[in-house]
Design a protein around this ligand. Structure first.
Ligand SMILES: O=C(O)CCC(=O)Nc1cc2ccccc2cn1
Ligand SMILES: [Mn+2]
Length: 236
């Protein structure tokens, strides 16, 4: 794949990613990279963890009512660009996801994806839920138009069982169906980042529930958000 051409597997899964996002707002791809490529990614993440690079997520919410509810998220996170020396395999994952998102965005049958121009993405957020019931309360990733249009989450939990917990529950807007996504090894998940997909992480019992998240930005929404933000700081 280093030739820069997208591997055939990327073009093969593209239609189902586009179709599922348009139809359900959510898309799950199992055996995304194949275990021989997924395993080294897990090892890099475990190495980051062993080296103590994970910090507590936002342990207590800035606003009071959330504080009254106690911890709103129990994840520990670290951000990587993928260019760090020990993250070569994470970088391969990131470039594979970049390629899928770019091709889907420009595909002639992109549907709702066509209204976005996805020109930017976040760094990779590597998260670990340390077990003992760690969870993330129901929330929307992008409730107020900060530019994020697609959330991409890659799970790397070997031999996951229901007792392990840590299921991602998505409540697709306008749909009575709740989606329960098990954080399985080498599973890739895409969903719209806005209010269409409130979601929560149910209490995790396994020692470490790992996931790598990327957020993709729509250029127009991002620029409008930044100009609003700068206008508000200018006026203060
Ligand atoms: O790991 C999963 O299955 C998803 C967890 C999740 O929703 N994480 C998450 C993490 C976030 C960190 C900072 C700001 C917003 C955030 C929104 N969501
Ligand atoms: Mn989220």
């Amino acid at each position: 794949e280093e030739s820069g051409l997208s591997p055939t597997w990327i073009t093969d899964i593209l239609p189902s990613v586009i179709q599922d996002l348009n139809r359900y707002g959510v898309c799950v791809v199992d055996n995304f990279l194949g275990s021989d490529k997924a395993q080294p990614i897990l090892q890099e993440v475990e190495a980051l963890h062993v080296r103590g690079l994970f910090e507590d997520g936002q342990v207590v919410s800035p606003n009071v009512q959330d504080q009254a509810r106690g911890i709103i998220r129990g994840d520990k996170i670290t951000w990587v660009t993928g260019n760090e020396p020990q993250c070569a395999n994470i970088r391969r994952l990131v470039s594979a996801v970049d390629s899928i998102i770019a091709k889907a965005n420009h595909h002639q049958d992109a549907g709702q994806l066509a209204k976005y121009s996805i020109t930017w993405r976040s760094r990779a957020m590597v998260a670990c839920y340390p077990g003992q019931g760690a969870r993330y309360v129901k929330h929307v990733d992008n409730p107020d138009g900060d530019g994020r249009c697609i959330t991409a989450i890659y799970y790397i939990n070997k031999d996951w069982t229901p007792e392990g917990g840590g299921v991602l529950r998505i409540y697709p807007e306008g749909n009575s169906q709740v989606a329960e996504i098990e954080p399985l090894f080498d599973r890739m998940l895409f969903f719209w980042s806005d209010r269409r997909n409130p979601h929560e992480v149910l209490p995790a019992n396994v020692t470490s529930r790992y996931a790598i998240t990327l957020w993709y930005y729509d250029q127009k929404e991002r620029e409008e958000y930044l100009s609003r933000a700068s206008a508000s700081t200018a006026s203060t």
